[in-house]
Design a protein around this ligand. Structure first.
Ligand code: DC
Length: 213
C-alpha cells in the first residue's frame, strides 16, 4: 500500500478554494474534506445552546466532544453567515484547533472509502495540519471580488443581503484569520498561489491541474 496523495488547498473566505478543492477531488477520485465545516459545527453548537462563540470554555468543550461521524454536514445552518462568523471566533482558540487536528489528519492518512488520495481545504492545511502534503495550493482573490461572490451566493440562496455589510464582515473575518496567534491564514512557503480574481471556476481548475500534473 502506498501512502495516500494529499492535496492541501488553503485560502480566505470566498476565494474559490472550496469549489476548486471539490472539483480536484472529483477529477482525481480523491476524498474531500471542507475543514471549515468542523469549525462551523463547533460555532453552531454554541449558537444552538444559546451561548456566545466567545465563551472559550464552552467552545473548547464543544470541540472536545465533536464527533465527525455523527455530524450532519448537510445541515444548511452550517453554511450561513452567522455560523461562519461564530466559526471564525472559535477558530482563534488554540485548544479548539488542537481538538480538531486528529479528525483532519486521520482523514488525510486514511481517506474514506479507500480513496487513493485526499483533498482538504481550509486555512492551515499546508502549514499545520498536513505540512508534508504532496501538493499545496493557496487560493486567493481581491477582497472586493470575494465579497461580490459571497453576495451573489447569498442572493442565489434567497437570503436578504446588504453588500456593504458582507464586505465589512469579510474584512473582519480576514483580519481575524490572518492575525490569530495560532495557525494564522498564510501560504505555506512551498505552496503555489492561485489568484482567482480574474479567473472563472474552469480557468482556476485548469491552472490547479497544471500545477499538480
Ligand atoms: O472556510 P469557512 O468560511 O467555512 O471557515 C469558517 C471559519 O473557520 C473561518 O473564519 C476560519 C476558520 N477555519 C480555520 O481557522 N481553519 C480551517 N482549516 C478552516 C476554517
Amino acid at each position: 500500500m502506498t501512502d495516500p496523495v494529499v492535496i492541501a488547498v488553503d485560502g480566505p473566505a470566498a476565494s474559490g478554494k472550496g469549489t476548486l478543492a471539490r472539483r480536484l477531488a472529483a477529477e482525481l477520485g480523491y476524498a474531500y474534506l471542507d475543514t471549515g465545516l468542523l469549525y462551523r459545527a463547533v460555532g453552531l453548537a454554541l449558537i444552538r445552546a444559546g451561548l456566545s462563540p466567545a465563551d472559550q470554555k464552552a467552545a473548547i468543550h464543544a470541540a472536545a466532544v465533536f464527533d465527525a461521524a455523527a455530524e450532519d454536514f448537510s445541515d444548511p445552518a452550517l453554511r450561513n453567515e452567522e455560523t461562519g462568523a461564530a466559526a471564525g471566533i472559535v477558530a482563534v482558540i488554540p485548544a479548539v484547533r488542537d481538538a480538531l487536528i486528529g479528525v483532519q489528519r486521520r482523514f488525510a492518512a486514511n481517506p474514506p472509502g479507500g480513496a487513493p488520495g485526499a483533498v482538504l481545504d481550509g486555512r492551515d492545511i499546508g502549514t499545520v495540519i498536513c505540512p508534508d502534503a504532496d501538493y499545496k495550493l493557496f487560493v486567493e482573490a481581491d477582497i472586493e471580488e470575494r465579497a461580490r461572490r459571497r453576495v451573489k451566493e447569498l442572493q442565489d440562496r434567497g437570503d436578504a443581503v446588504i453588500p456593504a455589510r458582507v464586505l465589512k464582515e469579510m474584512k473582519e473575518r480576514d483580519e481575524r484569520d490572518r492575525t490569530r496567534a495560532v495557525a494564522p491564514l498564510a501560504p505555506a512557503a512551498d505552496a503555489s498561489v492561485v489568484n482567482t480574481t480574474n479567473l472563472n471556476a474552469d480557468a482556476a481548475f485548469a491552472l490547479a491541474m497544471s500545477l499538480i500534473r
